[in-house]
Design a protein around this ligand. Structure first.
Ligand SMILES: [Zn+2]
Length: 174
């Protein structure tokens, strides 16, 4: 029997957000509800420039598209395309309803986005995911990926956990 994997690091305590970060994270959480209403896993993300311009808004669309890489954060990065320059992205923030997985953390790294704010953390999310193999994620914190980046990626979260978890209640099969 394989022992359950231990998280490489526990989730840090819940962060307190200012009004601006709170408003944008709630927007990402709203997209997680949209994802669920459309039959997908409940995740949402937005990218916001330092001047407040919303550069991308996305939801997880893996069920709609059949594309297993269609996570909200990766979809948001894809939306940016070449329309936004790397300097703008370095001072931009990606808001995600949940802690980015290892693939999305990689996409954020490649995009040059310099800051991430997320809602529910991966450790808390695993309570919903349970032990079903097809629902489990790779147990690596997004901070492990960001810490390995040669350019700084600030990471704030978990935050607004009680609001972010609502979209997950009753969604995952136990
Ligand atoms: Zn992901």
């Amino acid at each position: 029997m394989i022992a359950p994997a231990q998280p490489r690091r526990p989730a840090p305590p819940e962060a307190v957000l200012d009004e601006r970060d709170g408003a944008y994270l709630r927007q990402a959480i709203a997209w997680s509800q949209v994802a669920r209403e459309r039959g997908n896993r409940p995740f949402g993300a937005i990218v916001v420039a330092a001047d407040g311009r919303v550069l991308a808004e996305a939801w997880c669309n893996t069920a709609e598209t059949g594309d297993c890489t269609g996570h909200a954060e990766t979809n948001a990065v894809r939306q940016l395309g070449s329309a936004v320059d790397r300097k703008t992205l370095a001072s931009a923030t990606l808001y995600s309803s949940a802690e980015p997985c290892v693939m999305c953390a990689g996409a954020i790294f490649w995009s040059n986005i310099g800051r991430v704010v997320f809602g529910i953390d991966a450790v808390s999310l695993r309570v919903f995911r349970g032990e079903r193999p097809e629902q489990r994620d790779a147990e690596l914190s997004c901070r492990d990926v960001f810490d390995a980046s040669p350019h700084p990626i600030e990471c704030v979260g978990p935050a607004l956990i009680d609001e972010a978890r609502l979209a997950h209640q009753g969604f995952w099969k136990s």
